[in-house]
Design a protein around this ligand. Structure first.
Ligand code: SF4
Ligand code: SF4
Length: 305
């Protein structure tokens, strides 16, 4: 089983449209949306959700105000200012403590220090993840609550589930729409992958972001390829990126032109492969052929090693 992860230095480079195009071309892969902070692959894939699960990224403290004796120990030990002396009276005291769930970082220290075990420490539900069927194959995706954290943990969970489903359904390929940037979610997206495709765009920030992302993939020793999306919005920077990519001995897989058809396809909830048959789709097909060639060669090498 091989896993291709498509990432970008930042959001908005067209990464998701490219993943949808690959999924449409192969129709024989498990697809995973690990861009959990801005998940939008489902808008193109229009999945039929088969199973829904809660995702818990951590724990939160809360006070049982019936038990609280108002001693203030929780406030003393909390580094995040979450406990507040604003709770209702109970049989023992006229005022109790509560904990602000937004301020609580879930460290659990107050739980240890409460003398009367009045603080509950429970899993929080930060979002949901889904096992779905799409017209291109099995699709694993998630919805994280607004401003929720621990998306790296959710990314790891999605990739793990994608592997389980690939194994159960006898699929040899997983295509992952990875998280953008260089933070924890992208590290969770790429670690242990067979190949990373970095989608970049020819802008100064795109070039800078590409370099940072490549440092990351080099660190994890993951075979990395680069393609430039919308290369014709600045052909000079596109040429520079191509040159630098080759100098770094990364695989340069090609350049995709800007085409309004991508946006039109998205509006119609279609991949570009389904929507049009033009120079752009030929470029993407060529890109996909190069990727499958690399992954097949890697699979053969693993078999012979
Ligand atoms: S769990 Fe940690 S952050 Fe939350 S209230 Fe207790 S001490 Fe503060
Ligand atoms: S440490 Fe426990 S008993 Fe003391 S104020 Fe906090 S919740 Fe109440």
């Amino acid at each position: 089983m091989k896993e291709l992860v498509v990432i970008s230095g930042k959001g908005g480079t067209g990464k998701t449209s490219i993943v949808a195009a690959f999924a449409a071309l192969t129709r024989d892969a498990v697809i995973a949306d690990c861009d959990v902070d801005a998940a939008d692959l489902h808008l193109i894939l229009e999945p039929n959700i088969k199973q829904t699960y809660d995702f818990s990224g951590g724990k939160l403290a809360s006070v049982d105000t019936k038990k609280c004796i108002g001693c203030g120990q929780c406030e003393n030990v909390c580094n995040f200012g979450a406990p507040a002396f604003n709770g209702p009276a109970n049989e023992t005291v006229e005022k109790t403590y509560t904990i602000d769930p937004i301020a609580c970082e879930g460290c659990g220290v107050c739980v240890e220090f409460c003398p009367v075990d009045a603080i509950k420490f429970e899993d929080t539900v930060n979002g949901q993840w889904f096992v779905s069927e799409s017209r291109f194959g099995p699709f694993i995706h998630a919805r994280l609550g607004i401003a929720e954290e621990n998306s790296g943990k959710l990314v790891t969970l999605i990739r793990k589930q994608a592997k389980i489903i690939a194994k159960n359904k006898n699929k040899n390929l997983i295509i992952v729409d990875g998280s953008p940037g260089i933070g924890c979610p992208v590290i969770a997206s790429i670690s242990g992958a067979d190949m990373v495709l970095v989608v970049t765009e020819p802008t100064i920030s795109g070039r800078h972001d590409l370099n940072r992302v490549v440092e990351l993939t080099n660190h994890f020793k993951i075979p990395t390829a680069v393609c430039i999306n919308k290369y014709d919005i600045n052909t000079k920077i596109a040429e520079d990126i191509e040159k630098e990519t080759k100098e770094k001995k990364l695989k340069f897989l090609g350049k995709i032109p800007y085409d309004i058809a991508i946006t039109k396809a998205q509006i119609k909830a279609k991949s570009i492969i389904e929507y049009s048959d033009n120079h752009l789709t030929k470029q993407i097909i060529s890109l996909w052929k190069k990727i499958t060639k690399f992954l097949n060669a890697k699979a053969q090498k693993n078999d012979t090693d």
